[in-house]
Ligand binder design. Structure first.
Ligand code: GDP
Length: 448
């Protein structure tokens, strides 16, 4: 622990009204704060003392529990006190003010977690998973965040790290003693070990991708003519009334961004404005936004009234899509002809027939969407991950692949393994720069 750490304070519970609220204090020495705020004869570690919280004149501000976590057995690794008072923002702010009078300063966003990380209580992945747990949008993502917090993801990284270190040592030793015999035996071993590590890295890359999907989901763009049923489809997929459904053309003037959960995966649904040539300034803005959204799409749904073919406008949009965005042609309103929900493949394109209003064929559509983004259903062992982790994994894979291609050239191999090791270690924060830490922790809320 940093023995010069100043004392920081923040409300650790939510910002609204509640039965109980928590003020958290952390620092190198809290004696003065404790003595100033409550009169407790013998403060016992991890014991709930009931006490009055006092102001500078000894008047009662509130009463509640004082829990003391001595260093290093606390969340931050420092001396920590938690005051549990009544969950009123006014009362909790009075307690915070009192702590500031007693020499604390307001904690910055994520500062408690940052101290926990700097004091070696948790690694970077675990710190991030605290934020992800708090913001989890489905039960599965909360469970996934907890797995990461408990260290499952970090353990995988740690295992591969050890294999990499092992391999690096072996390669460097071989480089140092390039005698013919050793080299011959060593070469065979190196290739085996390298293949093994590479496989582990690919497995972790795959799990990381799943973890990122669970955490961040994907973007679905819906394009289609006015009145074709885009808003109705949104509502049906979301199971709630999020978009206004009317039969006046052009009501969806702006892109609607709505989060829906399909099989635990959060999706941003971007309902494009009825994209068409228009002189209306507001509508033009909506249309520009829709075109921007297309470039960030993971899946594009081209919604058609099944009675009509593809109109020129739709073709225009389809042509504007980046080539790698998978598309599903969704034919809506099949109920009008008594049609059956079905999936067809025509010229390599998927066509799904549905009725948004009668909720027919929606499950086909959901499953197809999940398949296109690469989500594998029924996984109970997914830990949560972030794009930062995925980027690091991709860099690791690049170097390990290059190492694999050049395994006979020991100097290149050694260099590439070193790069792979650095990229992988960055995930848990082994070699992380200060600006990366700033970037990560500043996105936390105060009090975490
Ligand atoms: P948008 O302009 O593309 O967002 O279309 P809306 O969702 O507002 O729907 C336009 C009209 O079509 C509304 O009157 C809807 O009730 C109707 N509609 C949407 N989906 C269906 C469907 O599956 N079957 C039928 N019969 N009508 C639908």
């Amino acid at each position: 622990m940093n023995y010069n750490a100043d004392n920081i304070v923040a409300i650790a519970s939510g910002s609204g009204y509640a039965g109980v609220g928590v003020v958290r204090i952390s620092g190198a020495n809290l004696d003065k704060v404790i003595a100033g705020i409550a009169r407790i004869k013998t403060l016992r570690p991890r014991y709930a003392h009931y006490a009055d919280f006092l102001d500078v004149n000894g008047e009662i501000l509130d009463s509640g529990l004082v829990i003391y976590f001595p260093a290093p057995n606390s969340f931050t690794g420092e001396e920590v006190i938690e005051l549990q008072g009544h969950g009123s923002p006014v009362v909790l702010n009075m307690l915070v003010k009192r702590c500031i009078e007693l020499g604390c300063r307001m904690a910055e966003a994520g500062e408690f977690s940052k101290r926990a990380y700097l004091n070696g209580k948790i690694d970077l992945v675990q710190a991030e998973s605290i934020a992800d747990l708090i913001h989890a949008e489905s039960e599965a993502s909360a469970r996934g965040a907890l797995k990461s917090l408990k260290g499952e993801f970090s353990d995988y990284v740690g295992q591969i790290n050890s294999s990499l270190i092992n391999l690096r040592m072996f390669v460097e030793a071989t480089l140092d003693f390039p005698e013919e015999d050793i080299e011959f035996i060593a070469a065979a071993k190196i290739k085996d070990k390298l293949s093994l590590v590479r496989q582990q890295i690919y497995d972790l890359l795959h799990s990381t991708k799943q973890g990122v999907l669970l955490n961040q989901g994907a973007n679905i763009v819906i394009v289609g003519q006015p009145n074709v049923g885009k808003s109705s489809l949104l509502n049906a997929l979301a199971n709630e009334d999020v978009a206004i459904v009317t039969d006046i053309a052009g009501t969806t003037r702006d892109i609607v961004k709505q989060k829906i959960i399909i099989d635990d995966i959060p999706f941003n649904i971007i309902d494009t404005a009825g994209i068409r040539d228009t002189q209306d300034v507001v509508e033009k803005i909506g249309i520009q936004r829709a075109l921007d959204a297309l470039s960030r799409a993971d899946v594009c749904l081209v919604l058609l009234d099944y009675r009509h073919g593809i109109a020129a406008e739709e073709l225009q949009i389809i042509n504007a899509l980046p080539a790698n965005v998978p598309m599903i042609y969704v034919h809506n309103k099949i109920d009008l002809s008594g049609g059956k929900p079905r999936i067809e493949k025509v010229d390599g394109h998927t066509h799904i027939y549905i009725s948004a209003r009668e909720k027919l064929g929606l499950e086909n559509l959901r499953q197809q969407i999940l398949a296109l983004i690469g989500w594998e259903n029924n996984q109970s062992d997914v830990f949560i991950a972030r794009t930062r982790h995925l980027d690091a994994m991709r860099t690791t894979v690049e170097h390990i692949d290059y190492a694999f291609m050049n395994w006979e050239q020991l100097d290149i191999l050694a260099e590439e393994l070193r790069y792979a090791h650095t990229a992988l270690g960055g995930i848990v924060g082994e070699f992380s720069a200060d600006d990366l830490l700033g970037e990560i922790f500043s996105k936390f809320c105060i009090g975490k």
